[in-house]
Structure formats: structure tokens, C-alpha cells
Design a protein around this ligand. Sequence first.
Ligand SMILES: [Zn+2]
Length: 262
Amino acid sequence: MPCAEALRVQAYFDAEVDAVSALEIERHIEHCAECRARFADLKRMRRAIKALPVPMMSAELRSRLDGVLAAEEGGLHRSPAAAADRRTRRASFWLGALGGTGVSAVAATLAVFLIWAPPSDAVLDELVADHVHSLAAAHLIEVESTDQHTVKPWFAGRADVSPIVADFASHGYRLIGGRADYLAGQRAAIVVYEHGHHFINVFSWADAPGLLPRNSTRRGYHLSLWRAGGVRYCAVSDTGWDELEQLVGLLRDSAARDTADR
Ligand SMILES: [Zn+2]
């Protein structure tokens, strides 16, 4: 008899569970050797599938990747018009990928992210895992302060980058502190904001070659990524996209002002 959680492990792997279930399943995987092996197998299989050239993919795999495309874009475009546009673009993507003509630039970009860039996937998974872990394990904040002049210097010697730190309490995004964590083989700086009942982790690490998507949704969390001044940033939260993007806009404006002042 396979473990009773086997199906949930598969659903978790497919990013089809909510944040609470994801946490439960992660705990289960830690303690169940069978599910741990199953999860490792699934990851191995995904890597092998990603290494396949596009024309070799089966119809089933294509439809599955279609689902991934839809999920990746899901948080961004919610209007019916956008959905129709998305269907058209997906169709043209597969047409192009499978030997037809006219791959759109958007589709080509998506193909690169989804099929030829497994490392970016790993980074995104790491970002979400760290976000979830920070909330679950009371490991959110190592330096607790609403003062940017306390938080920013704290990172010196503890992280490999010096990130943008600013308080946006007047806009509803309160700086509450920061922490340092290993991410993508570096000591990343993480600045934490509170927005209503939500926490937003803003990760930053030294820019390196490699493609990362501008936006992604994984395990129910939204990720918004950008780069500035040799630093990569990623804001992660379970807030809505609009709320997350508003903070990202404030941070980018603040970075632009910093550069102008120098
Ligand atoms: Zn199990």
C-alpha cells in the first residue's frame, strides 16, 4: 500500500495546493521516507522532461505544460479579454514550438522560462520555501526595527548585498525589520514589510547571469522580480497582485531616487 499522502504529495509537486496544505505536506515529506523518495523521483522526472527537445513532447505533456503556462499567468490577467488574448498566445506558442510559423516574442520568452531554464525554477522554489519557512518557524525577523537607518547597516557583514530599505508606512507598507538567509548559494538580504494582515518578504541577492521571469505564482504565493543596481529583488507574499506591485513600485522609485542623489 502506498502512503495515504501520496496523492497530496503529487498535488503539492504540481503546485496545486494552498499554502496551508503545502506546509502540512512539507512536514510530512520531512518525516516520511516513502514520500521523500516519491518527491525526489518527481523532481528527477521533471528535470528529464525539461531536457527534452520540444518536438519530442507528447500531446499529454503539451497539455500539462499548457496548464503550467496558464497558472504562471493566472495572477496577472484576470479580465475575459486578457484570457482570450492568453489563449491566442498559447496557441501560437505551441504552433511555433511544434514546427508551425510565427512564434510570438511573448511565447518564445515563456518557452525559454518553462523549458530551457530549470535553474530559475529552483531559485523561485527556494524563494517561496524561504518565505513559507520564515512565517511558519517564527524566523521572520532578525533585526526588528521600523527605522531604515537601523535595518540597512545591519546587513553589512551578514549579507552579500546592500538592498534598498525604506519605510512606506504612509502608503500602508510598514517596514518591520530584516533577516539574512542563504539563497542561490549566497547570503541574501531580506527586508520584511507588513501590509494589513500580510507579510511581504523582499529578497535581494547579487545579480548573476540567468533568466528569471518578471512574475510567478507558486503554491499560492505571488512573486514579483526585478533588478536594480547589480542586485536582484523578489517580493513574495500572499497579498493580491495589485498590493504586491504597489510595494514594488515604491521600492523601485526609491532605488531610482538613491541613484539620482549619488
Ligand atoms: Zn508519506
